[in-house]
Write a protein that binds this ligand. Structure first.
Ligand SMILES: Nc1nc2c(c(=O)[nH]1)N[C@H]1C(S)=C(S)[C@@H](COP(=O)(O)OP(=O)(O)OC[C@H]3O[C@@H](n4cnc5c(=O)[nH]c(N)nc54)[C@H](O)[C@@H]3O)O[C@H]1N2
Ligand SMILES: Nc1nc2c(c(=O)[nH]1)N[C@H]1C(S)=C(S)[C@@H](COP(=O)(O)OP(=O)(O)OC[C@H]3O[C@@H](n4cnc5c(=O)[nH]c(N)nc54)[C@H](O)[C@@H]3O)O[C@H]1N2
Ligand code: SF4
Ligand SMILES: [Mo]
Length: 702
């Protein structure tokens, strides 16, 4: 008798998390029995996280979608899945989809079809890295999809000054003189970077956190500043003025490597410490303290989180913040600079993989304008929505209007997912997708510089299919004969690797299969991204930008106040009774809404509480543990209050991604200043107590 056969397969976490961990799946007799962090991967270093450790339990969850389903009841919530849908076979499902899409193309035109790719998987084969299905959609010429839900504003803002979001190797933070974490809850949202931060601290670098919420990360900081939400650009402008006044700037760097310093310096006159402090709701001494720390400790490693750019002026804020390391000359030192997303140096062949040559798109629709695009656009109207890796009912702004748009009886909605989400409540057709350990994938990171290959470890359960296979079948059913629509997943990975840096370094799919991951060849360590100049028109760091001026964002970096989180009634004083700025951050129990509906996660994380400052709560008669209503003219949700000095006064903090919660019913479907980014944290609400509840949630800290 032979014993069980066991082997291991290297894979990669596909979730929209900066850490992009490499993992090792142990397979015994064809079954995945263990999934753990890859000990050989420099960033993963052997551990995954609380969210993903139960991955295999989620994969085997009894509520996982295992076969295609067709709607048999009217759209809307409240009907159990088994009553709302009937199971059908794949052939029938694909034929249904092909027939509906063809009919829409014949009557209204291709622009009426909108493929809606979310961040459930951010890979380049099955996910939104290069949105899966792009080749088919380009070939057909359907509406394009702008992924505006996450980080677009910051990318565009940084583009005007540094030319890129990738300013340093995050691992090099160990050589920083000071670490500033601005608008990021690193310990929750980017936890594998924290050990590198601690090493910097161990070597003498102070750690500063700038966040209106006293997050876990803020509690570990040497200095925590809690400015008003959306006032970051003002804070940075004030800091810049102070650094120049103190002559703490790097004159050589400014002369040799930047454009428009004198003009920028002149523009800072109004940003005295006193005015900055007033706008930001800080004490003048706090700003001076930070400026002094920056002058005394070099180089500066500035981690820019996504949190601070979810505001009306989010793009501009990222642009202004980049001026701080520029003044200090930090970009030219290992351990210094700014990091927002390390995506740029990956240099994969995205254009080729997406099949851009196959056709043009008649228009582009912004992901976070979903409600308006469904309810207000009629040139032509959206008649088919193909949703994958997205859960807009939970994650998009303006839940009430999103639900209304998705309820349109004439809208044909297909949802490809692994669970019956709240968005599935509005689907006509539901298709079951494979999970990462059951499919091929190639993953980058936005916080390290390694490229991860993910190999399928096991056969998918039930009838689950990879996205790529679903789109190949759809193309066939639509009678399309373009060969590029039928490449295999492995061929697609080889095409993605077909660029100069990978060719020169000899990195092929075969090499990746052997190693599992590689250091990005265009960013060898030590990484000096700007050694040959900044990727801007002038090859310099641009304090002044003609492109920004032409785009309507001002020649010089400036502060654009928030629309709602800003001053009330023209006054910057914190607002009165019942009025709060709501911030819904990453939960420590799940990434966005992925797995958040499973019994396992619901039991462990529960519905997130809303954290209020004790002074505010006292004023508004809200006691710790009270049931509260959070509302504005867009919508409302209920929660339990936790009262502690956990936020700055006037700010209420909760978590994003929970199911059955409708946090985003209060968020406006309004664009930020750049790239139509969403403004989740620019959200004014009213909070009132509904009285006592039984138990207080155990964990308040996000
Ligand atoms: N555990 C967990 N990890 C995640 C996610 C998750 O849902 N859960 N989501 C993932 C995704 S999709 C993303 S994009 C990343 C985001 O990761 P980060 O970039 O680290 O962003 P967040 O964790 O959302 O933290 C944003 C922080 O910004 C603060 N903030 C809000 N408004 C302002 C402001 O106006 N000014 C300043 N200075 N700070 C502000 C918030 O209080 C919060 O602490 O995390 C990823 N990682
Ligand atoms: N209030 C507030 N709201 C926010 C944010 C915030 O800071 N505050 N942050 C925003 C940000 S940064 C982001 S990125 C968005 C995320 O918003 P979305 O892009 O909509 O992402 P999720 O809500 O996580 O939905 C991902 C879906 O993908 C599914 N999924 C997971 N794995 C797979 C798979 O392998 N195949 C398929 N087919 N499906 C899969 C999950 O089950 C889930 O339903 O949320 C945004 N929403
Ligand atoms: S969610 Fe983030 S930390 Fe957790 S395994 Fe995935 S990449 Fe790693
Ligand atoms: Mo995100």
């Amino acid at each position: 008798m032979t014993g069980p056969s066991t082997h291991t397969v290297i894979g990669s976490c596909p979730l929209d998390c900066p850490d992009a961990c490499s993992w090792v799946v142990t397979v015994t007799d064809g079954e995945a029995v263990r999934l753990r962090g890859n000990p050989d991967h420099p960033f993963t270093a052997g551990g995954l996280c609380k969210k993903v450790n139960p991955w295999l339990k989620h994969a085997a969850d009894p509520t996982r979608l295992l076969r295609p389903h067709r709607r048999v009841a009217p759209k809307g919530p409240g009907v159990p899945f088994a009553e709302a849908f009937e199971p059908i076979g794949w052939d029938e499902a694909i034929d249904d989809m092909a027939a509906r899409l063809t009919a829409i193309i014949d009557t209204t035109g291709t622009a009426a079809i909108w493929p809606f790719a979310g961040t459930g998987n951010v890979g380049f084969v099955q996910g939104c890295g290069v949105p899966v299905g792009s080749r088919l959609w380009n070939h057909l010429g359907v509406s394009g999809h702008h992924l505006t839900i996450c980080s677009v504003s910051g990318h565009i803002g940084l583009g005007y000054s540094t030319g890129t979001g990738a300013g340093m190797d995050p691992e090099d933070v160990v050589d920083a003189g000071i670490v500033v974490i601005w608008g990021s809850n690193t310990l929750v949202a980017n936890q594998h970077w924290w050990p590198f931060v601690e090493r910097a601290r161990g070597a003498g670098a102070p750690v500063v956190v700038i966040d209106p919420v006293t997050t876990r990360t803020a509690l570990r900081a040497d200095l925590h500043l809690a400015p008003r939400p959306g006032s970051d650009a003002a804070l940075a402008l004030g800091l810049c003025r102070q650094l120049i006044a103190d002559d703490a700037v790097d004159h050589t760097f400014l002369a040799d490597r930047t454009l428009g310093f004198d003009e920028f310096a002149d523009s800072l006159d109004p940003w005295t410490i006193e005015r900055t402090a007033e706008v930001c709701g800080l004490e003048p001494g706090q700003i001076v303290q930070l400026a002094t720390l920056l002058a005394d400790h070099r180089p500066l490693a500035l981690k820019l989180g996504q949190g601070m750019q979810r505001h009306a002026g989010g793009g501009q804020a990222a642009r202004v913040l980049s001026c701080v390391p520029a003044l200090l000359g930090s970009f030219d030192h290992i351990g210094g600079g700014l990091v927002y997303s390390t995506d740029d140096p990956y240099r994969l062949n995205r254009v080729g993989a997406s099949g851009r040559h196959l056709g043009d798109r008649p228009r582009h629709l912004a992901m976070t304008n979903l409600a308006a695009n469904l309810l207000d656009v009629d040139d032509p109207p959206v008649e088919a929505l193909i949703v994958h890796g997205a859960n807009p009912v939970v994650s998009n702004p303006d839940t009430v209007r999103v639900r209304e748009g998705l309820s349109r009886p004439d809208l044909y909605t297909v949802v490809i997912d692994i669970f019956a989400t709240e968005t599935v409540d509005y689907a006509d057709l539901v298709l079951p997708s494979t999970m990462q350990h059951e499919q091929w994938e190639l993953n980058n990171s936005f916080a390290h510089l390694y490229l991860n290959l993910n190999r399928p470890a096991v056969e998918p359960p039930g009838e689950c299919l990879p996205h790529t296979e679903i789109f190949r079948r759809l193309a066939r059913a639509m009678g399309l004969d373009e060969p590029a629509l039928y490449v295999s997943d492995e061929e697609l990975i080889s095409e993605l690797l077909d660029t100069e840096p990978y060719r020169t370094a000899g990195i092929t799919l075969e090499v990746l299969k052997e190693k599992g991951w590689v250091r990005v060849p265009a960013a060898p360590s030590p990484y000096r991204p700007f050694a040959d100049g900044f990727p801007t028109a002038s090859r310099r760091f641009e304090f002044v930008s003609e492109r920004a001026e032409a785009d309507g964002h001002g020649r010089l970096p400036n502060h654009r106040p928030p629309v709602e989180a800003g001053p009330a009634g023209g006054s910057w004083s914190d607002r009165g009774s019942g009025c709060y700025d709501l911030i819904a951050n990453g939960s420590d129990g799940h990434v966005n809404s992925v797995f958040a509906g499973t019994a396992l996660v619901r039991e462990r994380s529960g519905a997130p509480p809303v954290v209020l400052h004790s002074d505010d709560a006292r004023r508004d008669g809200i006691a710790d543990g009270d049931r509260i209503e959070v509302s504005n003219d867009r919508g409302r949700f209920m929660a339990t209050a936790i009262v502690e000095p956990g936020t700055r006064p006037g700010v209420a903090a909760t978590a994003k991604g929970a199911w059955s919660m409708d946090v985003n019913a209060t968020v406006a479907e309004r664009d930020s200043d750049m790239g139509r980014g969403a403004v989740y944290h620019d959200n004014r609400v009213t909070i009132r107590s509904l009285g006592r509840t039984e138990g207080r949630p155990s964990s308040a800290k996000s």
